[in-house]
Ligand binder design. Sequence first.
Ligand SMILES: Cc1ncc(COP(=O)(O)O)c(C=O)c1O
Length: 350
Amino acid sequence: MADHPTGGDAPLVDLRSDTVTRPTVGMRAAMAAAEVGDDVYGEDPTVNALEAEVAALFGHEAALFAPTGSMANQIALQLVVPPGDELLCDADAHVVTYEVGAAAAYGAISSRTWPAVGADLDPGVVEAMIRPDGYFAVPTRAIAVEQTHNRGGGGVIPLPTLRELRRVADTAGLALHCDGARIWHAHVADGVPLQEYGALFDTLSVCLSKGLGAPAGSLVVGSAAQITRARVLRKRMGGGMRQVGVLAAAGRYALTHHLARLADDHARAARLAEALAGSGVLAGPVRTNIVPLDLTGHRLDARALATAARAEGVLLSVLGPRTARLVTHLDLDDAAIDHASKILPHLLTP
Ligand SMILES: Cc1ncc(COP(=O)(O)O)c(C=O)c1O
């Protein structure tokens, strides 16, 4: 269990999301000690250091701190798709599911999706969807993938698939964007160096506020020219922040202290999956920190399960009438997983 200041441990085993974590004592100390300045003037030394650090991690020229992963994604999409042109992505991608129509509303971007397959992406299917430039059709300009895939049960797109997708994008002259809110988990699960992921994408968005446990903050990663433009787009969207080094310090602390430990979250998710193996509700293999549940045909639907679990001190996310999700994170220890591993199989007896 992460070390927290007074306020104590959360009373419930909260498996809804890895965004529910609270900054630890060490992280808060780093935040309190942060050197700050006005980041709209480019004068916050801690933000500047974080941006340089994250750009280097992915082998790109530059990065830009943004308040949220959604804003980082939307800035990146505006960098690679001009108004009226087209983005291709998975039907379950965060950018077209949970960003409230932002690509259309802010970027005038036309999005077209391939059927939801999570991490089981077929680059051939994507290639067949590409529309060429011309005055009568919507020209495809970019492809977005999500690594790991949130609604795809935390699945990791294999490196050879991404390489093939890069080839497809290059052949058609398209940009490739990665919604890397949880790319850290893919890096830890598959052992693929972050620079290797970085080399495959024109732009990435990466989040400090999910598994890494910072209270807020994401970055857009790209070329120096793209990030200069991204700074304008961020300001336009209302994302220019001032002495935000206090948040950047949390992010820098998270990168140092919370990256390797994601392996613990993966092991705990695997333990939950093991406990549920006999219940017939696992929606797929568990690769990272997400355990997807499919309650089709079960006597409990997702809401009924969530209500019953809450009464036993376990919180989970309802994703649809018959789909639910458990997510492990920094604020859960083995005792919490033991409790959930006892309660959930009991509730889920057929
Ligand atoms: C895959 C993915 N991308 C982007 C985001 C957006 O992050 P934020 O909530 O910071 O806007 C999330 C949030 O959970 C996510 O899961």
